[in-house]
Write a protein that binds this ligand. Sequence first.
Ligand code: IVH
Length: 680
Amino acid sequence: MSAEIKQKIIDLTHSLRQHNYNYYVLAQPTISDREFDQLLKDLEALEMAYPQYKQENSPTSVVGGEVTKDFNTIAHDTPMLSLSNTYSKEELIDFDNRVRKAIGDDFKYTCELKFDGFAIGIKYINGKLTRALTRGDGVQGDDVTTNVKTIRSIPHQLVGDFPEEVEVRGEIFMHRKAFERMNSERIAAGEKPFANPRNSAAGTIKMQEQSEVAKRPLDAYLYHVIGDENRFRSHHESLVEAKSWGLPVSDEMRLAGNIDEVWDYISSWDEKRKNLSYDIDGIVVKVNNFNLQHDLGFTAKSPRWAIAYKFETERAETILNSISYQVGRTGAVTPVANLEPVLLLGTTVKRASLHNADIISQLDVRIGDSVYVEKGGEIIPKIVGVNLDLRQPDAQPVSLIHKCPECGSVLERKVGEAAHYCPNDVGCPPQIKGRIEHFISRKAMDIDSLGEGKIDMLYEAGLLSNAADLYTLTFDQLNGLKKSITNEETGETREVSLREKSAQKILDGVEASKTISFDRVLYALGIRFVGSTVAKKLASAFSTMNSLMDATLESLIAVDEIGEKIAQSVVTYFGDESNQNIINQLQEAGLQMEQQAPQAKASSILEGKKIVVSGVFTNFSRNELKKEIENHGGQNVGSISAKTSFILAGENMGPAKLQKAEKLGVPIVSEEEFIQMING
Ligand code: IVH
């Protein structure tokens, strides 16, 4: 028994050392922070119960990391420690109890964001940046001064009333956008992409070529000032001062009077963090007063006066059954993972995005693997890693397809892009249907009587091959149209047919779309890189479809915020004969091909109101209602939420909507009441 325990302690020690090395030195972790923390806790518990087996320099008592060979190694003036961390409110309260037991109740906490990057200590002598060291093993670190000097937000010279000698510590990180851009460039150059912004920041700061580092946009926030002991009374004060010397200190730092206020700060950031341009992985809570910090002191690796509360990542583990390929409207082919269903944040996940071939090979994911699935900001969950411990010995690497799964064309890869494309844009069914679906979508022509299913039906019946065909549809073609639908799960097939009422609704919706403004028509065309904002810019710069079609690359680039990539895409689109034909047909059908002069608002009676429109109306079409709402300062929104001001309900409002409105207490306004409202 005791031999087994000893072996377990040795194994855990080795495995944690390896993970530390992967994380700090290679910047290529193979397990999540949470899993690492769990292993560390397991080891701590075993060491506590069996101290006789504790290994020398156990990862539980040394800070992770090691120095790399390529830089000069220099000892830190004061050891660079880490923080103890927790994922639970209970443990946070335990921390607060421990602190209060030691120093009483009369103190404040500072709450700060926990930046997910790479720790750095920067020394300024007489205000001049003289040295920057990585954490290394906590006692000595790598001298990366020249690389740190390329970071724009870090001053080479302090200003104001700075101390003669001071060290500031903080975190170097990369903004998500910059990370994505850098990764696409790496992929295009045939290099391996980084898994996340933190790894890319760490990888960058350890590069030997300073000129290369300068090309990668790093940023930093500093959160610890070490210097003249008597200069400041508190941590908060020291950071406010550091900011006045020109150092980057986050504006999001707050003082909290007690642990409840700390919890409020934590809860608010668990949500708000998604809107930041960079990653944070938690909140750091520190006793503010320096004397009290001193009283509390340190353990071997971390201060007793601080704790990191880490946010849960929304992650599950399940089996990858197979990979299928989806073709989008632009022809981009996306590998999709078919998973053993798993519950993730309240929904069952069966599919996850695998993005592209580079990500598949970077993850080295294989069929039958046990994979980690996360829900990030996106709606579709993604695979972020593989549990290699559970890999079957015969698992084979994924062999990617070379032909379009829908039309058989040989796939192509564009320079600078990670995705593979099906080049058959005129003949590949999902591309054709995808473009029509985009055309009718809410932000485009908003023909809500059509949807994916009906477009499929019309396409299969040979009635639609492009968006312009919508305007040639007749009642007789639509009425009674049949389609068989197969239930994916049961394999059962049933036939559905389009009834009179639906047929008429489709025609009404198509007709109503003729009043949709020019900028939305332009957006609806689905030109690559022309989103709704760009479409608005182009519509107001060129006023008419004809002049936009004649625009040169130069005149497009001259428009504010239109770069070469967009301009080139517009020129290519309008240069294509089949696109020109579609536009001619749309023009003949009577769509808006000119920018209307902006109308003065009728009133601001609906200012700030978010209004959901539902049902059928006597005096207005849906689009007319939308215009009325906007004309009176309101906003027409799609779905009911607690923020909805009211529902404008016509005849036959759906029972689900009614139920939701009642549940959320959203008022319902009839067509008559609405008319009275806008007539003052
Ligand atoms: S204070 C002795 N504050 O998270 C005090 N650390 O998991 C040490 N980090 O080692 C650090 N944001 O690399 C502190 N606002 C913040 C931080 C922060 C990120 C990093 C830092 C630290 C690690 C602990």
